[in-house]
Design a protein around this ligand. Structure first.
Ligand code: FAD
Length: 550
């Protein structure tokens, strides 16, 4: 009798969000009947590791299979049904129609609560020949790609997003000559162009052919055709042009779908039906800045939501949190990390922002192996709130972005980064960590101690009559300089102040530090000179070069 009264919770999708929900549910309720339906042949697999299996970095296929239905049953008492697809939901009757794909049979499964975590589906453009393009979403896709790569010499990846770049790198690892075709003029849309330029350079240095601002119009038998008529050899073609929420089941069940095409859920992850919850890539999340809907198809948000929905489904307090979109990818040894909004998006939204670029070493320069980071911080000029951050570098980009994401989640202001006490020893960082540095720069700008100009504003300022002063050494100036710049090395600046003409001055150095020092010297010797605005080129020549593509 007691058995009959068990609460039954059915979960659709047995990977990131679904399995997090299932195991948390069990930890909260030893009596509930928890059924997980998964249409593929595997649950709880490591989707984020799939590209590395293609490249052979993950040598054993089994390493991707983190759990089996039997193990989940033994440890958590879960009823996990792989190759079982939920094909319809009768919300009024609280019933799921299930197809057992192995047996070819269908049955109904009643529920007290239903949790949908069906993920996303890869976007497949309607191109002639598209059936030859592979996608990468699950273990079966990975097996197909591994088989296709064997013996192949050429590959083209359509799409320069996170997954596209991971796939491209792993095809290259397998010895294929790889091309990436990306419709916009940069890879990795979440970062800004001057940082994406560093990724472009790394890809080209490693032999990947980048076709930016290009579109594939046809997939041939062993090549792809671009809109400009050129043909790229491609024995293997991978379509990685993005994903869209998998809402087929939810929409057919009459659940509300949001404007961005994801399942609409409230702050407690409830759909428009009181007994149905939804999480992960399939749902619209809430943007941390606008409180509007956002699509953020990432593993960590799916996992977090899995745990949260279990709490909600069990009647515990709590709910969802807005998303920053913190993400990271490795591209041929280059870490690319981002959190919050980028400058492109802030500009498009007309939102006031202050930009800070810096190029610190990832750890003490005197300790072997230090590499330079390119960092960017976006700050609200009125409230000093951190709006976003990006970091690209060989090492240490991950922890800096994670620190900043944590600061953002805690509501810390940009200048507050200066005061963070961060772990330091020479192999790991600097006594003044790059994150502290960003905080000091933010505080200096907020307090008006220095003013900066951005790389994309320089040409117009020069055309309007500003004098550009190169405060690097004479040798650096001779090696490469911004056209029209007057060389006055920082260490000679105080003695040569009278050489600087009236009007606006823009100083620059390699990365912005000496330029900042120069602005402080000039500001304090302003008396007796007819100088106008004195600005430092933010991020120095390095950011300018990356931005203007030199
Ligand atoms: P999934 O984990 O995709 O699980 C959904 C499951 O539901 C699928 O297995 C599907 O078969 C099943 N399903 C769907 N419909 C039904 C149905 N009707 N009946 C039964 N089962 C159904 N994110 C990161 O944060 N970092 C990374 O490095 C990263 N790398 C990635 C690399 C690749 C190649 C891919 C594909 C994704 C990567 N992601 C990464 C994204 C991350 O994997 C997803 O955000 C996350 O898995 C989403 O979790 P989910 O539970 O919403 O969906």
């Amino acid at each position: 009798m007691r058995y009959m009264q068990r609460t039954r919770i059915v979960i659709v999708g047995g990977v990131a969000g679904g399995m997090s929900a299932a195991t948390r549910l069990r930890r909260l309720d030893e009596t509930a009947e928890i059924v997980v339906l998964e249409r593929s042949g595997h649950v709880s697999f490591a989707n984020c590791g799939l590209p590395y299996r293609v490249g052979g970095v993950i040598e054993q296929r089994n390493s991707l299979l983190l759990q089996t239905p039997a193990a989940l049953n033994a440890r958590f008492g879960l009823d996990v049904r792989v190759r079982h697809e939920a094909i319809a939901v009768d919300a009024a009757a609280r019933r799921v129609r299930v197809r057992d794909l192995a047996a070819g049979e269908e049955y109904d499964l009643g529920y007290d609560r239903l949790i949908l975590s069906p993920g996303a589906v890869p976007v497949r453009p309607g191109l002639p020949g598209i059936e030859r393009a592979l996608t990468l979403r699950n273990i079966e896709d990975t097996d197909a790609l591994v088989a296709a790569v064997a013996g192949a010499r050429t590959g083209v990846v359509i799409g320069g997003g996170f997954i596209g770049l991971e796939v491209a790198e792993n095809l290259a690892r397998r010895g294929l000559a790889v091309g990436i075709v990306e419709a916009t003029d940069q890879v990795l849309a979440p970062i800004d162009p001057e940082l994406a330029a560093l990724v472009h350079r790394r890809l080209r240095d490693r032999g990947v052919e980048l076709h930016l601002g290009q579109q594939v119009v046809e997939i041939g038998a062993d090549d792809v055709v671009l809109a400009d008529g050129s043909r790229l050899p491609a024995q293997v073609v991978v379509a990685a042009i993005g994903v869209r929420p998998d809402t087929a089941l939810a929409a057919a069940a009459g659940l509300a779908i949001g404007e961005l095409g994801g399942i609409r859920v409230d702050e407690r992850l409830r759909t428009s039906d009181p007994h149905i919850f939804a999480i992960g890539d399939a749902v619209e999340k809430t943007d941390a800045f606008t409180a509007q809907a956002a699509l953020v198809p990432l593993a960590q948000t799916a996992n977090l939501q899995g745990r949260r929905v279990a709490d909600v489904a069990m009647g515990r307090p709590g709910g969802d949190r807005p998303v920053l979109g913190t993400a990271i990818v490795e591209v041929f040894g280059l870490q690319v990390a981002v959190t919050g909004w980028n400058e492109k998006r802030l500009r498009a939204a007309g939102r006031a922002h202050r930009v800070i670029h810096s190029h610190p070493m990832d750890h003490a320069g005197y300790y072997p192996g230090a590499t330079q980071l390119a960092m960017k911080l976006l700050v609200d000029p009125v409230t000093d709130a951190i709006l976003g951050a990006q970091a690209v570098g060989g090492s240490g980009a991950d922890k800096r972005i994670d620190v900043i994401a944590t600061a953002m989640a805690a509501g810390l202001r940009a200048s507050g980064l200066a005061g963070l006490e961060l772990a330091y020893a020479p192999p790991f960082g600097s006594a003044k960590d790059p994150v502290n540095m960003l905080g000091w720069i933010a505080a200096n700008l907020r307090d008006g101690l220095t003013e900066t100009i951005q790389w994309h504003e320089l040409a117009a300022a020069q055309a309007a009559g500003a004098t550009v002063v190169d405060v690097r050494t004479a040798a650096e100036h001779q090696a490469a300089a911004i056209p029209g710049a007057v060389p006055v090395p920082l260490d000679e600046l105080r003695a040569r102040l009278d050489e600087l003409p009236a009007g606006d001055l823009i100083v620059y150095c390699a990365v912005g530090l000496r330029g900042y020092l120069a602005t402080r010297v000039l500001e304090q010797h302003r008396a007796g000179h007819a100088w106008g605005r004195i600005r430092n080129l933010d991020g120095g020549m390095r950011t300018w070069q990356a931005g203007v593509g030199r």
